[in-house]
Each structure stands twice: as structure tokens, then as C-alpha cells.
Ligand binder design. Sequence first.
Ligand SMILES: Nc1ncnc2c1ncn2[C@@H]1O[C@H](COP(=O)(O)OP(=O)(O)OP(=O)(O)O)[C@@H](O)[C@H]1O
Ligand SMILES: [Mg+2]
Length: 202
Amino acid sequence: MQTPKTIAIANAKGGAGKTITAVTLAGYLHTLGSTVLFDGDESEGAIKWAKRGGEDFPFGVLPASRYHEWQRGSFTYTLFDTHPSVEDVETAASIADLVIIPAVPDGTDTDGLLLTIATLQRVQCKNFKVLLTRVPSYATKAAADLREGLQAMGVNVFTAQIPRLDVFGKAATQGLVVNQLHNKTASRAWEAYVALGKEILA
Ligand SMILES: Nc1ncnc2c1ncn2[C@@H]1O[C@H](COP(=O)(O)OP(=O)(O)OP(=O)(O)O)[C@@H](O)[C@H]1O
Ligand SMILES: [Mg+2]
């Protein structure tokens, strides 16, 4: 398949790590080519994040209502963050050539994940893939079990997975992408999304 240029991050379950994934992945893709992130969530988490950083924030974040003005623009990569709802999962499938589903390996998140997958299958989305996120060091077994279970259902799962690290929240609070924080944990956090980006572009 061709390299995806329009990527939506979706999960009907709230708090799965969509906004962290959208901003950090966009941050990585922006190091490779011009990138814009559209925020489709009315709570505007990504827009507010970028505003907190002001001039230090590295790429443009716009409300999704402005997508039609920009879609013929000169961006190499276009990303969408979405609201946690079935409707937004459907929208993601209709606009993106890759839908990433961030999923936390926790039993309470499984129903929302399965609903998201069923929705994408129902609208015949051809290219979606699960990203295991917020994986605590004590839950690598839970993550491996979820990966295996999804694969047994024929669902694609990224090899890259995102560890649970408080530094992601710190970057969000400061209005920065995590690679703009210079410490060991921030490097680990960034490298996880670099691995994801490389896997997407491979
Ligand atoms: N890898 C991670 N490690 C630690 N905390 C994380 C990680 N990813 C996300 N979080 C935290 O989990 C919470 C939810 O993350 P985020 O806002 O990205 O989820 P979301 O899916 O966009 O939520 P919503 O559905 O409300 O928009 C935030 O407090 C965020 O800082
Ligand atoms: Mg969000």
C-alpha cells in the first residue's frame, strides 16, 4: 500500500491517548515534511495544547471545520484528532487513508475498542491499525495478550507500542511536543512515537 498521507486517530472510548498520539506523531512527521493537525474534538484538546506553547509549538493545529479550506494545501502529512464517538470513528474512516486506534490494555477499555473496530469494519474501512498505548511496565503481559487477541481476530496491531510515561502529560501541560523536553524519559517517550512513525512510513 502507498504511504499514508492523511491519518486519523480514533477510538469511541475516551481517554485512550488519541490527542497525545495525534500531537506526538504529528510532531515526528513534521520533522520529515510539512504537517498540519486538524482537531475534530469540540473540547479542542489539541488546539489548546498548541496555544499553550505559542511560538514554541512546532506545527499548525486547526479546527476540523477548516479542513475543506486546507485539503488542497501544500502539507505533506495531514492528521486528524477526533472526539470519542462512533460518529467520529465513521468520519475518520471517510477522510483518512490510515486510521490509528490507540488502545489501552485494560479490561475497562475493551468494549470501546471492540465497538471502534466493529464500526470501522461496518463502514468497510480498508486500513486501520491498533496502537497499544499507555502501557505500564507492569502490564506488558496484558499488552501482549491484547495484541494476540486482536491478531487472532484478524486485526492489525502496530509492533510499536507506547509506554505509560508521565512526561507525555508534562509536555501537554507545557504546550510542547515531548522531544522538546530534554531528559531521559522524554527521549524514551519520543522514541516510541518515532518507531510508530517509521512503521507507518515503511
Ligand atoms: N503514553 C501515555 N503515558 C502516560 N499518560 C498518557 C499516555 N497517553 C495518554 N496519557 C494521558 O492519558 C490521558 C488521556 O490521554 P489523551 O487526552 O491523549 O486521550 P484522548 O483519547 O484524546 O482522550 P479524549 O477521548 O478525552 O479526547 C491524559 O491525561 C494523557 O496525559
Ligand atoms: Mg482527545
